[in-house]
Design a protein around this ligand. Structure first.
Ligand SMILES: *Cc1c(COP(=O)(O)O)cnc(C)c1O
Length: 457
């Protein structure tokens, strides 16, 4: 009997999950079992199954944080029963949410950080929906006041994340996606003129393009829209999708103009669970000033006891992520976030150097000036293998490195992307580089497994 079982007191062989009736056949998959089972045995069996998932720390495909500390786990535990929508029952969680909104408004240089409107969401996707809805409502009101038709709203953007395609489809807005120019990593200002018109509810600028990890030039986009405004009278607001960049740029590039310092920026979203380093399930949206969030999008809910204004797609939602976000903000402060993001950027730069030297790759984004990440393509379009082959080879060592085509008009270009997040250090990046080299060797030789001389003995 294992020692740790003895400490449970009356330990029996039944404490061993693998000798219980439950483990004598595959776990139920289609029908709820008739009777209850021992929680520890179920825990052991379910956690064994989870081992088949990829290893989160080697998932270099995700922008979401896979790092957490002990205190975050403890706070999440404390909050397990707290529903953030019950603002009357859990007034401190509500107060903490509001503090995070104001701190973000201030971080993003809102002219009235203490008086701005904003809220938490389940992530940037929901935040984008809310930001887009406010744009649509304001545009519609302006049109109605002018006695003009309101049936054909459009949203102009570059290579956006799928959440904006969802927003457009779910809320009946035409998505005008500006094609990528041949050597571009995002939307370029001079392209705007051909796409904005009187039905444009807004332009989405991306701080951290999903495909390439580069920042779109928000200040130049704003300047172009200022010029269009002066020439044509069209006054088009910007929403910045800063899902990743919202927690990176303010710390490592404080002089980069992308936020509320630009008058044309009406709202900004970010994912707390990406570079904000909060656990999965939290995003944020903030408006530059309270008047930019139309009142008729806000619901006053009275049945929880007390009148509470809410603006969200969801109702019930866990409070723990919000509390953990606040903890992380207090724990790190500006200097802490700066050090974390700078370390990630330095690691990305060193990986980019190694990848550039390998030969077959051409860097698309080298980790300098935007997100801590590297993206690259094959310099020779047909070296006898594809980036998809390389992704698959890397997977045999547990690395998850995605390959995918760029959006139109660069869809013929396949790229591979590595994201560096808190918790991925120089050593891990060097080990990845070594594995990339090894996989390249193998692919050059035809892709088979390496001979293992000692294997049979
Ligand atoms: C990740 C991401 C989203 C979606 O955010 P979630 O928090 O996953 O919902 C939207 N836009 C961009 C640019 C992103 O990187």
């Amino acid at each position: 009997m294992a020692l740790h079982k003895v400490t449970r007191g009356e330990a029996t062989l039944h404490d061993d999950a693998y000798t219980t009736p439950l483990s004598e056949r595959p776990l139920p998959k289609y029908r709820l079992p008739d009777s209850p089972a021992d929680p520890r045995a179920v825990y052991d069996l379910v956690s064994s199954e989870l081992l088949l998932d990829g290893n989160a720390a080697q998932n270099l495909a995700t922008f979401c944080t896979t790092w957490s500390d002990e205190e975050t786990h403890r706070l999440m535990d404390l909050c397990l029963g707290k529903n953030m929508i019950d603002k009357d029952e859990y007034p401190q969680t509500a107060a903490i949410e509001s503090r995070c909104v104001h701190m973000l408004a201030d971080l993003w240089n809102s002219p009235e950080g203490a008086g701005t409107m904003g809220c938490s969401t389940t992530g940037s996707s929901e935040a984008a929906m809310l930001g887009g809805l406010a744009l649509k409502w304001r545009w519609r009101r302006r049109r109605q006041e002018d006695g003009k038709p309101t049936d054909r709203p459009n949203l102009v953007c570059g290579p956006v994340q799928v959440c904006w395609e969802k927003f457009a489809r779910y809320f009946d807005v035409e998505l005008r996606q500006v094609p990528l120019e041949r050597d571009a990593t995002g939307l370029r200002p001079h392209q705007l003129r051909d796409y904005v018109d009187e039905n444009t509810i807004g332009v989405v600028a991306i701080l951290g393009v999903t495909y390439t990890c580069d920042f779109e030039p928000v200040a130049d986009l704003a300047e172009e829209l200022d010029a269009i405004h002066a020439e044509t009278g069209l006054d088009v607001p910007i929403h910045v999708d800063a899902a990743s960049g919202g927690f990176v740029a303010p710390f490592v590039q404080p002089d980069l103009l992308w936020d509320f310092r630009l008058e044309r920026v009406a709202s900004i979203n970010t994912s707390g669970h990406k570079y904000g380093l909060a656990p999965l399930g939290v995003g944020w949206v903030v408006w530059r000033s309270a008047d930019l969030l139309p009142k008729d999008l806000i619901f006053d809910v009275s049945y929880l006891g007390g009148e509470m204004p809410t603006f969200a797609l969801n109702f019930s939602r866990p409070g723990g992520e919000i509390v953990a976000q606040y903890y992380t903000m207090l724990r790190l402060g500006r200097e802490g976030y700066r050090r974390v993001q700078q370390a990630c950027l330095d690691t990305a730069r060193s990986l980019a150097d190694q990848i550039a030297k390998m030969g077959p790759f051409e860097l698309l984004y080298d980790g300098e000036g935007a997100l801590p990440a590297v993206s690259y393509t094959l310099a020779d379009p047909d070296p006898g293998f594809t980036l998809y082959d390389l992704s698959e080879q890397l997977r045999t060592r547990g690395w998850q490195v995605p390959s995918y085509p760029l959006p139109p008009d660069r869809q013929e270009t396949v790229v591979q992307r590595v994201l560096i997040r808190h918790g991925i250090g120089r050593d891990e990046a060097a080990l990845l580089a070594e594995d990339i080299r090894r996989c390249l060797d193998r692919l050059h030789r035809g892709g088979g497994a390496e001979p293992r001389p000692g294997f049979h003995h």
